[in-house]
Design a protein around this ligand. Sequence first.
Ligand SMILES: [Zn+2]
Length: 492
Amino acid sequence: MNRTIPWPALCRSTAHEMRALQDAQLAKRVRQELYPFSNHYRRVFDEAGVRPEDVRGVADLARLPFTTKQDLLAVQSDPERRLDFVLRPSPESIRAAWPLGKKLGLLFGGAPAREKLRRAYTPNFVTFTTGRSSDPVAFYYTPHDLELLSLVGARMLDVHGITDTAARILNLFPYAPHLAFWQTVFAGFETGRFMLSTGGGKVMGSAASIKVAERIQPTVIIGVPGFVYHVLREARERPANLSKVKLVILGAEKVTPGLKEKMAESLGACGAKDVTISGTYGFTEARMAMSECPASHAESPGYHLYPDLGVFEVIEPESGKVLGPGETGELVYTPLEGHGTALLRYRTGDVAVGGIRWDPCPYCKRNVPRIGSELKRSSEQKAMSLTKIKGTLVDLSAIGAFLSNLHEVEEWQVVLKKKNDDPYELDEFVLRVALRVGIESAYFESKIKKEMAEAVEVAPSRIEFKTTKEMLEVLGMETEMKEKRFLDLRPK
Ligand SMILES: [Zn+2]
């Protein structure tokens, strides 16, 4: 890979240097890869009347249309266009697009040069998106991209402050063709850190995971918030000795201060003191996740970006207008590196509160830009987590964050159905909940109806109180790939 700036040096670069690097990388990527090798983007550029050499830097991106999830779904369901987002060089397109030196290297390099080209561009790995209501979208990786996945995996551990070579990592992500599991596995391989990947609830399960954790004494635990919390609660009940744990890394969902405190409490009961709990922000379409550096439970340093690997724009969701640093808006992502499935100006549907900051991180002092840790779903994009309940558009992920943040709640599930199961009746929002020991249900009921309506604009029609064991059953905590937090039983 031709990376000129190593990560530590990149973290010390000035904003000006990083932007110049992005401009140069983007211009080169469009000219030498995206336009010549992607059927989809060649069409997009031609239709927009933009020539590849017109893109000289990040500012020129605004001349091109956005790419949406709907674009990806449309291409995927058409056998003729299925691979239109995948970079597929041909002898003709290489001849037309590459500079002479690069072409000569290929021409005179013989079989090894051809093999290098094959490894750079031929997919050998795939992950899928995990949308709630749309078909999964495939994202292809080539051997070149797996090197990148290893690289960002190593950077992720670095930002989390895992510098101890004796670190032992317990990976609780579900074993699946999903980004989170694999980026974690590759991070372990790349850095040489010891890692046990249990495969999560469905593969090894919580009981066996705790048993083996007691034996390996992890210093780091990584996984999805719901399952990690479940494992820590079970560990506390035994109680298991997890006294070496210093850090918990959570992926895939928003993590609230309340949930962090509940986790830290459980870990405290297992002998682990002064634990740091950090979040990550990643999405299949970026083929990477970005991390928070260590901070206290109430603080969020923001997700540290890799400016050499991709550009984030922040836009006003309604107009598509590009916003400046620090302004709240939807994140739009353009990778600067990577083969296989390649995107440009991808609308994430995630609104970053406070946008992107370019000032040095007050916690770790790295200079790389950061995304504010508070993310919301944009209503412009048909975001999968947005749904109507009783006629009000609500954000399910905000409801989830509200519930998991509550100190009184052990486990919860949201059930959306029609009253009396009659399709012509009104929506019913049932909250199933297991309360923590000592919490009165009447107290909780009055608190929740008031506070929830204020926080997320909708309150449950009724609350079903259950034991933790019953909740684990309905959630499928040990039987499903991902626990079922939201059950929409309304007819489509
Ligand atoms: Zn930091």
